[in-house]
Design a protein around this ligand. Structure first.
Ligand code: NAD
Length: 321
């Protein structure tokens, strides 16, 4: 079996490879070729940790495995990230363990790749202004991945604590885009594409903020009760997601569905658009929302890609097991 250590991932993986892996697995999911198994997530009663598993099988890519890990709130005090995860890949023909791959950086890359896939397939082709809501750990990855999908001319950012926006300002500078910290009404009035990536439990972006033709990638809501945008936005939008079952129960769409503004049957897997089985955006004035809830198959897809690159580069470590 192979080991790809966390420290090696940064040199092996980039936004382009993560994008390709995630786009392919979303397509496989919508075609019924790839399945996510039920998620386990439990408070373990130790170190205030939340621990769980996300697993699945992609028959098209022959990727079988599990991401395991969770959230340890005390880690930051020890100088290590609170979110910790590792990916285990198995040989689908024999069940033997094939690889252990560091999952921390991959989680950020695969989450940003999901938003980028939605921008590629759903945003207006002439989108020029990128709006970012949230300036936490994930936000810089989101900005980098999103910026590759359109000829954006500038970036607008909002965060609950404005001083944290320096993270986005620096990232925008690195990729050569002007950045401006703004209030939400300006962000909504000027942005063509908006990515939200916060841990909010109440709507931040309101219906009145969002103009026609906007594409929103709502990436922060991955738990029952979380919410980033007012449900009415989804009510007047075409809603897409990675996994419908998650979207309507623990994703951004949970609120619009509960309020009767969106029917479960109206929430479309983004993979159908990738597979040209759904038109996606229907007009320049339509609002499109991608509810990115995060699925195990994304993790497995990027881990399989990094393993292939790690073996080719001689960086993956082979051990007898
Ligand atoms: P982080 O802790 O580094 O940053 C949190 C961000 O949320 C900050 O910008 C903070 O200002 C903002 N925030 C927190 N509470 C808020 C509130 N009440 N109102 C407004 N803003 C608030 O977290 P991160 O690693 O950047 O992750 C952000 C979110 O994305 C988390 O909730 C995480 O669970 C989620 N996430 C989702 C996926 C997915 O696949 N969908 C993957 C990874 C992370």
């Amino acid at each position: 079996m192979w080991i790809v250590p966390e420290a090696a991932i940064g040199d092996l993986m980039d936004e382009g490879a993560a994008f390709d892996a995630v786009e392919a697995v979303f397509a496989a999911m919508a075609a019924g070729e790839a399945v996510n198994f039920p998620v386990v997530r439990e408070a373990i009663g130790h170190a205030e940790a939340l621990y769980g598993f996300k697993s699945g099988f992609d028959r098209a890519g022959l990727t079988l495995g599990v991401k395991s890990g969770g959230y340890w709130p005390g880690n930051a005090g020890q100088g290590i990230p609170n979110h910790q995860s590792s990916v285990f890949l198995f040989d689908p023909d024999t069940g033997r363990l094939k690889a252990v791959v560091g999952g921390n950086l991959l989680t950020a890359l695969r989450t940003a790749a999901a938003a980028a896939v939605s921008i590629k397939h759903l945003a207006r082709a002439d989108a020029k202004v990128l709006g970012m809501v949230g300036a936490g750990h994930q936000s810089a990855f989101q900005l980098r991945a999103a910026a590759r999908q359109r000829d954006f001319e500038r970036v607008l950012g909002w965060n609950r604590s404005p001083e944290k926006l320096v993270r986005l300002e620096e990232t925008a500078r690195e990729i050569g885009l002007p950045f401006e910290a703004v209030e939400l009404d300006r962000l909504g009035a000027e942005a063509d594409v908006i990515a939200t990536i916060t841990s909010s439990f109440a709507p931040i972006l309101m219906d009145a903020h969002v103009r026609e033709g906007t594409h929103l990638a709502c990436m922060g809501t991955d738990t029952v009760g979380k919410q980033e945008v007012e449900a009415a936005i989804l009510g007047r939008a075409a809603v897409f997601t990675d996994e419908v079952a998650q979207s309507v129960t623990l994703g951004e769409a949970q609120h619009a569905v509960a309020e009767g503004l969106v029917a479960e049957a109206e929430v479309m897997p983004i993979g159908r658009v990738i597979n040209a089985d759904h038109p996606g955006r229907r007009s320049a004035g339509e609002i499109t929302v991608f509810d990115g809830t995060g699925v195990g198959l994304q993790d497995l897809a990027v881990a399989a890609a990094v393993l292939e690159r790690g073996i080719a580069a001689g960086i993956a470590v082979e051990v007898d097991f």
